[in-house]
Design a protein around this ligand. Structure first.
Ligand code: CAA
Length: 283
């Protein structure tokens, strides 16, 4: 099978980014969400992002228009009946994902692959909600999707070799680098990244240093493009807490306990860049 048409479910920042990179690589993409205004916002974000590249001379006007012509919007899940692959990028709640996958399982053609962009939820459990667990796989993109090269390709317990190879080829086609990972809490990326961020938060909590100093140490000392607290604000502190809780529960090991300061910030609504305040303030 060659994947020619994709539906991306969830038109938030990740979903829009995924739809953009797929459409740019010549694939027909349907961007779906439950509300018209969310899909429109996603489509607008893609348009703006492409326009920026045109202005920088990195993309021609013609290629921008071609990319946009391959994109369509949807608020009817039924449109999944004509696609070869669905990439889900909705809220990180297992019950939302399992009921969505159950619906998609009924609508999508028999040959279609169902992928999830989850950052830490078990692919095996999502797959078990469908009648095609061998065709369910994780495609974990990194934020910002148009810039970051990695896609963690997560094999659930039942994912077939054929489906893995298909997704690996697709990932290369969209100019990303696939890395094969097995299905364990946090996969590889968040199992390593989040404890580092959590430790940086403990370092603030215990008064070892100010956030600016901690970020400076990691930027200048370890050549990280962003310090861990800036990155935490960028990812969203609610997302960081959710992933730490998934690791803590999944492994039952206290080394993954979320820092109380992280919980406090999330309870206060200090979610990082998206809420205007996290470890830093944003305009
Ligand atoms: N969307 C699209 N493009 C963006 C962007 C965005 N949000 N932010 C920056 N860019 C582009 C810029 O347009 C610029 O492109 P050109 O080179 O074509 O001009 C390029 O990225 C570099 O941007 P800047 O020069 O403005 O800034 P920078 O050099 O500081 O790079 C960054 C910005 C790429 C975000 C960099 O700071 C970085 O790599 N940060 C770390 C990001 C990271 O770790 N991401 C993973 C998060 S974890 C995750 O996603 C998984 C999870 O499950 C939580």
């Amino acid at each position: 099978m060659t994947i020619q048409k994709i539906m991306v479910v969830g038109a938030g920042q990740m979903g829009a980014g995924i739809a953009q990179v797929c459409a740019m690589s010549g694939i027909e993409v349907v961007l779906h969400d439950i509300k018209e205004e969310i899909v429109e916002k996603g489509m607008l974000a893609i348009d703006k992002q492409l326009q920026r590249q045109v202005e920088k001379g990195k993309l021609t006007k013609e290629l921008k228009e071609e990319t946009l012509s391959r994109l369509s919007s949807s608020t009817e899940l039924q449109k999944a009946s004509t696609v070869d692959l669905v990439i889900e990028a909705v809220i990180e709640k297992m019950d939302v994902k399992t009921s969505l996958f159950q619906e998609l399982d009924k609508i999508a053609p028999e040959h279609a692959i169902l992928a999830s962009n989850t950052s830490s939820l078990p692919i095996t459990e999502i797959a078990a909600a469908t009648s095609r667990p061998e065709k369910v796989i994780g495609m974990h993109f990194m934020n910002p999707v148009p810039v970051m090269k990695l896609v963690e390709v997560i094999r659930g317990l039942a994912t077939s070799d054929e489906v893995y190879e298909e997704i690996k080829a697709l990932t290369k086609k969209i100019n990303k680098v696939p890395v094969e990972v097995n299905d364990f809490p946090g996969f590889v990326s968040n199992r390593i990244l989040m404890p580092m961020i959590n430790e940086a938060i403990y370092t603030v909590y215990e008064g070892v240093a100010e956030p600016e100093a901690i970020d400076e140490v990691m930027k200048l000392g370890m050549n990280h493009p962003m310090g861990p607290l800036t990155l935490a604000d960028f990812i969203g502190l609610d997302t960081c807490l959710f992933i730490m809780e998934t690791l803590h529960e999944g492994f039952g090991d206290d080394k993954y306990r979320p820092c109380p300061l992280l919980r406090k910030y999330v309870k206060a609504g200090w979610l990082g860049k998206k809420s205007g305040r996290g470890f830093y303030r944003y305009e």
